[in-house]
Design a protein around this ligand. Sequence first.
Ligand code: PLP
Length: 383
Amino acid sequence: MKTIYLDYGATSPVREEALHAMMPYFQLEYGNPGSIHDLGQQSGDAIQRARVQIAQAIGATSPREIIFTSSGTEANNLAIIGGARKRKHHGSHIITSSIEHPAVLEACRYLEREGFQVTYLPVDSYGRIQVKDVANAITEKTILVTIMAANNEVGTIQPITEIGQLLQDSSILFHTDAVQYIGKVPCSVEDLGVDLLSIGSHKLYGPKGIGALYIRKGVRIEPLFHGGGQEREIRPSTLNTPAIVGFGIATELAVQEIKQESERLTALREYAWSRIHQEIGDVDLNGHPTTRLPNNLNLSFHRVEGQAILLELNRQQIYVSSGSACSAGKHRPSHVLRAMGRSDEVAHQSMRITLGKDTTQEDIDIMIQHLSQVLTYLRSLFI
Ligand SMILES: *Cc1c(COP(=O)(O)O)cnc(C)c1O
């Protein structure tokens, strides 16, 4: 039986070019990039190349604006907690949205316990934040706005450029969690108007356990760790050379391929949606119909739990997700779908299909064939 992986929103395999580039740095080029001798400098040079690749991929003006972290989660924590603490003498108010990834929401909740006030903005039924809601939430105490570029569950893309314009002439820090966005949608930090931007590696065919924070030149944040002074003292610890090398190549290639791949995935997604809608029926699309990630299809099948569909498809080695991977296992309805105004029942019905580099039309056809059988079966139980 062929495995059909349709959970690229949770993670992706390391692409061949990235794996190949990483290999020498485990056993041959193992020097500490902080060492002065040649072996250390070779690691240092490799890290610098990756820094340039990532800076160019996001349109940063200098590679110095890229700080490597252990993950997208750490980049979010560093931006939000580090940014808020640095600005605490200017104010104590933070604005975010109610549909952020837990790595943002929990960092904000943590700051509330430290005495900061946080506004969690609502979203419309498509999962979109309104720029006017951001404008109305700003007070003289506001020091930080953090809004994700694209939602990991429903795929909706947020008006980051417009929010960037709103904040342009203010001293308020603007951060975006772009972990799902980079490599899927063309972007530049200049166009977005952000001060801080989080990137992850493992959703764009790089290795797990590595990420980066873009910090605009002149923006200051407090470090979360204290140690040997690496990464301009913003994020000390010996750098993970192999992971950084793989992350750099994967990011560069994802951005190079963006146009072709986003068109291909959008067409495949539309094909899947129209067939599911017509042939299976009693199904709603969650998220915005067009302003969404090219590879994301989030569906609610009436009268059937998403979790039940996931488990039935799993028996056929077809791998999808219900809600977000991070909340799987917990039986809470998705906070994203709840914020979009869905009932608990409809939120429990959701299933996320995320396509990727290796997804073919044949994969989609096989998935739909099984999905159709699974739904006929599951719906027959509840009539
Ligand atoms: C996956 C993800 C993260 C967390 O990234 P890790 O590298 O797994 O820590 C943060 N934000 C979004 C939107 C994500 O999809």
